[in-house]
Design a protein around this ligand. Structure first.
Ligand SMILES: [Zn+2]
Length: 114
């Protein structure tokens, strides 16, 4: 997806039962693993973890940045909980949770009920 002529991204397998993904940044010329892209729980996002003495030029950094942004975007769409209106069934983007009954209503049904 955002690979360039110097590096490519290779999906790795975690040894445990990890939910998040692990990717290696691999040099096309030497086949060496230059860095890892992994989920950093504390920051709730994918980050780059490099090995010692690894250098990247701005082109590679750009590719890596784009790749990580894509991973973060995909993770967000996978984990975003969808909420549906209890009256019309429409997906509520600006959902209203009624305080008295606790029902989730979309802004159309919520306004009608008030
Ligand atoms: Zn509704």
């Amino acid at each position: 997806m955002t690979e360039n002529k110097f590096i490519r991204f290779e999906k790795m397998e975690w040894s445990g039962g990890h939910v998040t993904e692990l990717w290696a940044v691999v040099s096309r010329s030497s086949k060496a693993h230059l860095a890892l892209i992994l989920w950093y729980g504390l920051w709730r996002q994918y980050v780059l973890s490099t090995f010692e003495d690894v250098v990247f030029n701005t082109g590679c950094l750009k590719s890596i940045t784009e790749f990580i942004e894509e991973l973060n975007r995909l993770h967000k769409t996978k984990t975003t909980k969808r909420v549906y209106c209890e009256v019309c069934g429409a997906e509520c983007t600006n959902n209203i949770v009624k305080s008295d009954s606790g029902r989730v209503l979309c802004n159309v049904c919520g306004v009608q009920e008030l």
